[in-house]
Design a binder for this molecule. Structure first.
Ligand code: IVH
Length: 718
């Protein structure tokens, strides 16, 4: 099955897969994958979630796995939120930022620092004594990791304020032992490359899995409940910012120097730049030196040095305006392109997939990568047997980008897509003027795995417990040859699958049972018809009370409905007539799937029966008023009938406005958290509702994620 290249879908795929492995592990004591493979998937998910914070979910296995340990750290509310940084990916991005911070091109000094690839922590010193160290968490609330921080030898428990006095302007007055009463220092906990190697030597000797990269190793170290375990990771710390320096400290650079004098390790390789050219030169230099540093960095942070200017610029919602992280372009690894396999999409699209000799890329083992299409392979001149460069753009999905040694490339044959479908033998077709190859056989067996995975997915029949891996196994073992077969599965059959335990079988059977009552739009979408997407499914549900009724609609009638243009109408009409679809519907019905419009799905206007057959035409096309109603009610359903509770303050909105938005976009609003609530939207200063939602395991999303859902930028979760 093809690995999703769309990050949102890949995240869902990974979550399902990991859930299954968790189940297999707990349910049958017989894990389906090795720990290493599990860790790899887990880390891919973590990295994707880190790269796409708007897709984070408290329901994700990444949140759950560490949960027991997490809960036992004390929570720390940051008085001043711990901010993140805006990113620049090019010189242009950097210059755009410059225009914002210095529109009149006044003389301005900057401090450049490596962007450490670790975890942000905050250290609090009172009268020079370390009181507490906390992680960033969500920026508002982090965890108390003082004991683990204290395992870092360079972090002083007691600052020595006058010890290193050298007459620096940032130092206290000569002879004074003055020390600020309260010090809030921010910095990065990280692991050196050397430590990673040393720790791994020990781990291998003990038969423990290797730690894959310094960042995850540091994150894992900081989350150890037992400080002795944290000590074993040999963590390091660099301070990079000081929240409350005394007034005589006027520059960032100067402030860090003072911290250093007081005994704190500060970020290495800071550069004070007086001009923009110096900054750019520094960036190039740092990029060149990157490999030779003993710690991982992924860019350079540029900070306006003058603290008064910093204050004037202030902060945007999650990041200061006075700093930017200029990221390095992705780095590649060289490996052999062993083969190009064909993966089959659920609509018959054939996609080439690179089979690679396993290679480590930023700590992840890469064995395959999507190649998009034949044209792309030719354009990049990628050939089977040749050495190629694999890169992870934005550290996310691996891509094969170019031949490693273009001179050798000519020795290898050019790749051609097969003329016949490798699975059913039917002629492969192309559309003139379009890239892409297709097997047009609706019954081609290679489509089934993707069809089934789609069918059981959240947006369709939402069958709890079933994900890609189980779908594949069900097909391989001949238990399912059509998604409708799911409704005939018995426990005994399920138990014949490898690694299937009783508890997992119960979960799947319960999931199937629950799915017998899914609303009609989900059934429409689950049919897996080309161009019959979510919106069309909703429209069809709103005018039809059964799939059979939709099958009666002509192309013309379909085009009268909202969201449906000519091309979609044709594909939908054709798709609904497929024998495969009829067979699927028969199997579903015979297996007890309801597939009817449930009362709560009825919109504010009539169904086909209620308005009579001709009213589909009249109502949808000629009766403008009714058409408008129809359009309105299908206009925005991005929140899709889910129930939301809002808590805390959401910047720029009153509570009533947020609740209004929820209703406008098809969601429901509840005032208190109970088990019927799907989501808690958390603003600033959330209180008891948050706790309750955590207890009840209700989905929690921050304001940013919420708005992304409202705007339909994330379709997950439904
Ligand atoms: S300054 C208020 N300086 O990058 C400004 N951050 O992507 C806070 N980071 O959460 C950040 N090296 O963990 C700063 N030299 C550096 C840094 C740095 C690494 C991390 C930090 C932050 C993240 C944002």
């Amino acid at each position: 099955m093809a690995t999703e290249t769309n990050p949102a879908r890949r995240i869902i795929q990974l979550r399902e897969e990991l859930e299954q492995h968790n189940q297999a592990y707990h349910g049958s004591d017989d894990p389906a994958v090795s720990d290493q493979e599990y860790d790899q998937l887990f880390q891919e998910l973590q990295q994707l979630e880190a790269a796409h914070p708007q897709l984070k979910s408290d329901l994700s296995p990444t949140g759950k796995v560490g949960a027991p340990a997490k809960n036992t750290f004390q929570q720390v509310r940051h008085e001043e939120p711990m901010l993140s940084l805006a990113n620049a990916h090019s010189e242009q991005d950097f210059r755009d930022w410059l225009k914002r911070v210095n529109p009149n091109n006044q003389p301005m000094a900057f401090t450049c620092e490596p962007k450490m690839d670790g975890l942000a922590v905050r250290l609090e010193y009172r009268n020079g004594v370390l009181q507490r160290a906390a992680t960033r968490g969500d920026g508002q609330v982090g965890e108390d990791v003082t004991n683990n921080l204290l395992t870092i030898p360079e972090v002083p428990r007691q600052l020595n304020w006058s010890r290193n006095y050298k007459g620096h302007p940032a130092d206290p007055e000569p002879g004074s032992t003055e020390c600020p009463e309260y010090l809030d220092v921010r910095g990065e906990v990280f692991m050196t490359k050397r430590s990673l190697k040393e720790v791994n030597v020990k781990r291998i000797a003990k038969g423990e899995p290797e730690l894959l990269n310094t960042r995850n190793a540091a994150a894992g170290g900081l989350r150890q409940l037992d400080p002795r375990e944290a000590r074993e990771r040999q963590l390091s710390f660099y301070a990079y910012s000081w929240r409350n320096p005394p007034a005589r400290v006027t520059g960032h650079h100067q402030g860090l120097q003072q911290l250093q004098h007081a005994g704190l390790p500060t970020v290495d390789r800071q550069f004070h730049c007086e001009t923009v050219d110096q900054v750019i030169r520094q960036f190039k230099q740092l990029q060149q030196d990157r490999q030779s540093l003993d710690y991982d960095i992924d860019g350079m942070v540029i900070k306006v040095d003058d603290l008064t200017t910093q204050n004037q610029l202030g902060n945007a919602s999650r990041e200061p305006r006075w700093a930017i992280a200029w990221k390095f372009p992705p780095e590649g690894a060289v490996t052999t392109l062993l083969d190009i396999e064909i993966s089959h999409g659920r609509f018959g699209r054939l996609t080439p997939v690179a089979v690679l000799s396993a290679v480590q890329l930023h700590g992840i083992t890469v064995r395959s990568a999507s190649l998009h299409n034949e044209e792309d392979i030719h354009r990049k001149n990628l050939r089977i047997g040749d050495k190629v460069v694999v890169e992870r753009a934005g550290d996310v999905i691996p891509q094969v980008t170019r031949p490693a040694n273009p001179v050798d490339t000519e020795n290898f044959p050019m790749f051609q897509m097969p003329a016949d479908c490798p699975s059913c033998g039917q002629k492969v077709t192309t559309v003139p003027g379009e890239v892409g190859h297709w097997c047009e056989n609706d019954d081609c067996p290679s489509r089934l795995p993707e069809q089934l995975t789609h069918f059981v997915g959240r947006s369709c029949m939402d069958i709890d417990g079933l994900g890609e891996t189980w779908c594949k196994l069900l097909i391989e073992h001949g238990l399912v040859s059509n998604p409708g077969d799911l409704y005939h599965l018995t426990r005994e059959q399920l138990l014949t699958l490898p690694r299937m335990g009783n508890s997992m079988a119960t979960r799947i059977l319960n999931g199937i049972e629950a799915s017998r009552h899914r609303p009609l739009n989900k059934v429409f979408y689950g049919l897996g018809i080309y161009r019959l997407g979510r919106d069309v499914s909703k429209t069809l549900m709103e005018v039809c009370s059964s799939v059979q009724q939709a099958q009666q609609l002509t192309v013309e009638q379909l085009t009268w409905l909202p969201n449906i243009g000519g091309t979609i109408a044709e594909a939908t009409q054709r798709g609904l007539q497929q024998p495969r679809v009829n067979h699927l519907l028969e199997r579903m019905a015979a297996g007890g799937a309801v597939m009817a419009k449930l009362p709560e799905d009825r919109p504010g206007y009539g169904t086909v029966e209620a308005t009579n057959q001709s009213a589909v035409q009249a109502g949808a096309a000629r009766n403008e008023e009714e058409k408008r109603t129809m359009e309105q009610s299908t206009q925005s359903r991005t929140l899709n009938g889910q129930t939301y509770v809002v808590t805390g303050k959401i910047e720029g909105y009153t509570r009533t406005e947020v609740e209004g938005l929820i209703q406008q976009h098809g969601g429901r609003v509840a005032s208190s958290v109970n088990k019927n609530v799907n989501w808690l939207v958390v603003g600033e200063k959330a209180g008891s509702k948050l706790k309750k939602a955590q207890q009840l395991d209700i989905g929690i999303m921050d304001a940013k994620t919420f708005f992304a859902h409202v705007e339909g930028r994330i379709n997950w979760p439904e």
